[in-house]
Design a binder for this molecule. Structure first.
Ligand code: SF4
Length: 282
């Protein structure tokens, strides 16, 4: 039995950055609130909670803050929430990933130039809600190429097309093709983040070589779910797990090569735990 471990797996730059900032502040004895869970990993969130970093989920809850420092996570927040935080004079640290901030700037500038913004992404994801809030003019969110086909715009519309940082690269390319056929004045900015691209490309390659694929990460994590879809499309024996004990007791007959990858919010110790576990059952 052979194990194919992805080189690009686990914490991405943005997640590592916010986690180390939270850790540094907690170690220094600060009391923290995070605006939403800092990463989609229940285990890490529970550990941080035990150390004194509590999670807020709605803007209304900001009113209950009592001297804590608010951590803005890597996805960022909407412009309205940011304004509210400043207006209330709350102490905060903005850990929005610079790659997400870049999209905020791109869409704000596109709107100021009179372009219609189209975001390829999940409309209910906080990162996309944040991006949309920075659009000055018309803005549409589309989840895939089918929605791009359905979108009716005037023939002379100037369109700025961007993507959620964790969007599937292949799907984004398909959307670009649809828009190239439909829209004459198109400004495409590929904002899929490098960490996403590396992980997705490598996961696709491993899934094609492997008889079974393990994707480690939270089911609520957007980038993990995309890795899972990419792997499952290429390898029917794909498992999405959050920890080692969720693995089956044995793999189906004929499985010789097992590929392993992990989402951007999966800590190294969880990856190691799964590797060890797989080593024992194969
Ligand atoms: S996936 Fe990319 S954009 Fe998102 S937090 Fe990680 S490094 Fe930043």
């Amino acid at each position: 039995m052979e194990i194919l471990m992805a080189e690009h797996a686990g914490f991405c730059f943005g997640v590592a950055r916010v986690i180390s900032e939270v850790d540094r502040r907690l170690t220094a004895g600060e009391r923290l609130m995070t605006y939403g869970p800092v990463i989609h990993n229940e285990r890490v969130i529970q550990e941080l909670e035990e150390r004194g970093a509590h999670v807020l989920n709605t803007p209304e809850e900001l009113a209950g803050m009592d001297g804590e420092t608010l951590v803005i996570r890597a996805h960022g927040v909407t412009r309205q929430v940011m304004a509210q935080i400043r207006q209330m004079g709350l102490s905060y640290t903005d850990q929005t990933c610079p790659f997400v901030k870049r999209i905020h700037r791109i869409v704000a500038e596109a709107g100021a130039r009179g372009e219609t913004v189209v975001v390829a992404g999940d409309p209910s994801h906080p990162e996309v809600e944040g991006i949309v809030s920075y659009c000055e003019g018309p803005c549409f969110v589309i989840e895939g190429p089918e929605k791009a086909l359905e979108l009716q715009l005037e023939a002379d519309t100037r369109v700025c097309l961007v993507a959620q940082t964790t969007f599937q690269i292949n799907k984004f390319q398909e959307i670009v093709e649809v828009f190239t056929r439909k829209v004459y004045n198109l400004n495409v900015v590929d904002t899929v983040c490098n960490a996403t691209e590396e992980r997705q490309t490598e996961a696709a390659r491993l899934a094609e070589e492997a008889d079974a694929m393990i994707v480690i990460g939270g089911a609520k994590s957007s980038n993990t779910r995309k890795l899972f879809e990419i792997c499952r499309d290429r390898c029917p024996n794909t498992y999405l797990i959050q920890r080692a004990r969720e693995l089956p007791e044995r793999f189906p007959e004929g499985v010789r090569r097992i590929g392993i990858t992990a989402g951007a919010s999966t800590p190294n110790n969880t990856i190691e735990e799964v590797l060890e576990h797989v080593g024992r059952i194969v």
